[in-house]
Design a protein around this ligand. Structure first.
Ligand code: FNR
Length: 344
């Protein structure tokens, strides 16, 4: 199967697979504060994400790129929407375009459409330092994402099986790249142990990429004649993974980003309350773009920004940083997880 066809299959299946009924963001309650002295119209969403400053903590998470007209169109529209709404954007894995320069235009278009925005390049953990530098240069990226997707690869018939040497590669990139390096999961979440290991390699930016939204086990299973459905519920839900990361934040000056299953601005606010400095949304935004078009996508992002500001009003938070120190309660499975794994 061609790479372009695989990418279109991913988009189709990501938009159509069934989502879990239990949503772990519903286990997190931000404590409502009745008294506010703030003016909604004066609130700003500026976010300090380690060395980066974003005009809002929201970013479009990595999705697509590569050969084919459709991926180019999707990337152009995502980039235009990110520019119009002042949010960040990650491109999909650039590994194929690193090897085949004819595929670069669908990535380069993202910088062309968004001259001044914050953009993240994206490679897999098989990337060498040279690959990483090429990916960064291709879109004049402000940061680089390295994605971890072991289970996706294992379910994919044509996926990687040999991960030997991956840690050394990540270490080389983190220590030599000129921009911040974010290690991210793609929807299986990161444990405290994995994050601790990444910290030892020099990583200081983690996107927990937890379970709850786009589910790559389900996506890949839809492409298999004999599916591994037993892995459909594998992984750590995003709120739990954020709790894992938060335990290491202070000691190691870790910058945490949250993604995976964020449905709206209130979920986004919950990631911030749980320790994230910024949050990424992929499937939900792609669905609006593909099914309703560019104008609806811009409207949706503006709506999410408003929801975030509403939560700031309701927690008496003057800034995104203030929002991060709001109090919350945990319930259900997330509370059970915290009781077994976290020293709150
Ligand atoms: C992705 N994702 C992804 N991640 C990555 O690091 N590199 C990639 O190339 C891709 N490709 C990709 C394609 C499509 C169609 C989707 C929907 C997603 C994963 C994405 O960045 C994110 O981690 C997950 O989708 C979970 O977030 P959501 O979708 O639940 O918000």
């Amino acid at each position: 199967m061609s790479r372009a066809k695989r990418k279109l299959d991913h988009i189709r299946h990501a938009l159509s697979h069934e989502h879990d009924v239990y949503n772990h963001f519903d286990d997190v309650n931000i404590v409502h504060q009745s008294l506010t002295g703030l003016n909604f119209d004066q609130l700003h969403l500026r976010a300090h994400v380690g060395e980066l400053t974003l005009s809002s903590p929201i970013f479009v998470n990595a999705m697509t790129g590569g050969g084919g007209e459709q991926t180019l169109t999707i990337n152009r529209e995502l980039a235009r929407a990110a520019a119009a709404t002042g949010i960040g954007m990650a491109v999909g894995s650039q590994m194929s375009a690193i090897k085949d320069p004819s595929e670069r235009s669908s990535y380069e278009i993202v910088r062309k459409e968004n001259r001044d925005g914050v953009l993240f390049a994206n490679v897999g953990s098989e990337a060498s330092l040279e690959h990483a530098k090429t990916a960064i240069d291709m879109i004049e990226a402000n940061a680089l994402q390295i994605h971890l997707n072991t289970l996706q690869e294992l379910i994919m018939p044509e996926g990687d099986r040999d991960f030997a040497g991956r840690l050394e590669k990540i270490e080389a990139i983190v220590n030599k790249a000129d921009v911040p390096v974010i290690v991210k999961e793609v929807g299986y979440g990161m444990s405290r142990e994995a994050i601790q290991k990444l910290i030892e390699l020099g990583v200081r930016y983690i996107d927990v990429g937890g379970r709850g939204g786009t589910n790559f086990s389900k996506v890949e299973n839809m492409r298999r004649t004999k599916p591994f459905a037993s892995f459909d519920n594998w992984g750590i839900p995003t709120p739990m993974s954020l709790l894992e990361a938060k335990q290491l934040e202070e000691e190691y000056e870790l910058t945490i980003l949250g993604s995976g299953g964020i449905r709206h601005g209130v979920d986004g606010a919950k990631t911030i309350v749980l320790g994230a400095k910024s949050f990424g949304m992929a499937g939900v935004l792609l669905k609006v773009l593909v099914e309703e078009g560019y104008e609806s996508l811009v409207e949706q992002i503006e709506h999410i920004k408003k929801e975030l500001k509403m939560v700031m009003m309701l927690t008496n938070s003057k800034s995104v940083e203030d929002l991060g120190s709001s109090t919350f309660t945990l319930h259900g499975e997330t509370k059970e997880w915290a009781e077994q794994r976290i020293n709150l």
